[in-house]
Design a protein around this ligand. Sequence first.
Ligand SMILES: *[C@@H]1O[C@H](CO)[C@@H](O)[C@H](O)[C@H]1NC(C)=O
Length: 213
Amino acid sequence: MKIKLPNRDSAGVVIAFYVSKLHSNTYNNDEIDFEFLGNREGKPYSLQTNVFVNGGGNREQRVHLWFDPTAEFHNYKIMWNEHQIVFYVDNIPIRVFKNNENIGVGYPKQPMQLLATIWDGDGWATDGGLTKTNWSFAPFKAYFQDFKIGGCPIINSNTNNCNSQGYWWNQRNYWRLSSSQRKLYDEYRVNYKTYDYCDDMIRYPTPPLECVS
Ligand SMILES: *[C@@H]1O[C@H](CO)[C@@H](O)[C@H](O)[C@H]1NC(C)=O
């Protein structure tokens, strides 16, 4: 999806691009999220990502972007197969969530629908909710274009064929990052990551299983 975010003061505004369980009941949702957290004019947006399994999220990571996301459209992509979920910004992998079911970590498996939204998140989104929306800057406008999707169509709830090698994203070179993708990932995370639940010792004195694998 190509997205351009609201400019000027966007504190408290959340723009989201995500896949979520079809016919969603939030209590047991699988979900894979991009969330752009607005900010006061001149301060950068945070791009938060999250992964929910069976209604459980709490896997937030945040980065600052290396460009002004309000000036131009940029490309945001989710690649999801049975081995890994990769979040890309302009084809740079900024997050990988591996399938760690073998050590008991849940992994999204439900049929998903794709959504794009803009909403009022001023109870939490900017400085943990301390920085509020200034409604004199409304309306806040986000722009979405050039949406493309490749997926396994679900017919009569049958997902048997969805791990087929006939789908490009199931082929072996998408089971993990290539060495050149890995290099980019390491470089951008060093420079732009601002928060990772895996490093949050206050929230998780014992790191979640997927963080140590
Ligand atoms: C909202 O923005 C306007 C225009 O810049 C400013 O005059 C006003 O003080 C701001 N309101 C708050 C509550 O910060």
